[in-house]
Ligand binder design. Structure first.
Ligand SMILES: [Fe+2]
Length: 188
């Protein structure tokens, strides 16, 4: 729980007042992460902490490149001295390599941060991409449609999400399948 309590305090401080809806989303993503505990077992705390921190790059004081995944990961590494795995998960969350390419920041991202273990990266993508902006649990298709309508077709985020859709959907569906296997095993 050490990482989780620390991450909760940091994310709350950065988001609650300036970006209350983002804070509501963040708490919903963390709830999703908790729901994966049967799947991740001892890795669950790392995922919950990453879920709490994944969007801190939107905090006005942290914005630098405008790519919130990179800005958040740099803050965690350089200012907060966070665990390296948390920095990596935040840097690449929800298939962010696609947005990095759209913003011409892929070389920067890849030079500064390694990718985290695929299971954990997919799990964080599942949590983020099945949680609405106000923190409700939604299907990934509704989540993707909402992002497109919020940003509009020309925005770099919409273009990035279009590129990332196969990665996002396959991550979500693989986590859902694994969760259902675990639940069936518990019942059986
Ligand atoms: Fe998010």
């Amino acid at each position: 729980m050490e990482h989780v309590d620390w991450a909760y305090g940091l994310a709350k401080e950065l988001l609650e007042t300036t970006l209350p809806r983002r804070w509501a989303h963040t708490q919903g993503v963390a709830e999703r992460a908790s729901s994966l505990t049967p799947l991740l077992r001892e890795e669950a705390d790392t995922l919950i902490a990453a879920a709490l921190l994944h969007d801190i790059g939107y905090a006005p004081d942290l914005v630098d490149t405008g790519m919130h995944q990179l800005d958040g990961a740099r803050y965690l590494r350089d200012v907060a001295s966070a665990d390296r795995r948390l920095c990596r998960l935040v840097a690449y969350h929800s298939c962010a390599d696609n947005e990095a390419r759209q913003r011409d920041l892929f070389d920067v991202l890849a030079k500064e941060f390694d990718q985290e273990a695929p299971d954990l990266a997919r799990a964080l993508t599942y949590c983020d991409m099945t949680t609405s902006p106000d923190g409700r649990h939604v299907d990934v298709t509704d989540r993707l449609a909402e992002i497109h309508s919020r940003y509009g077709p020309e925005h770099v985020v919409s273009r990035s999400i279009t590129d990332a859709t196969p990665c996002i959907v396959s991550s979500v569906r693989s986590v859902e399948a694994a969760l259902s296997d675990v639940r069936q095993a518990d019942v059986g």
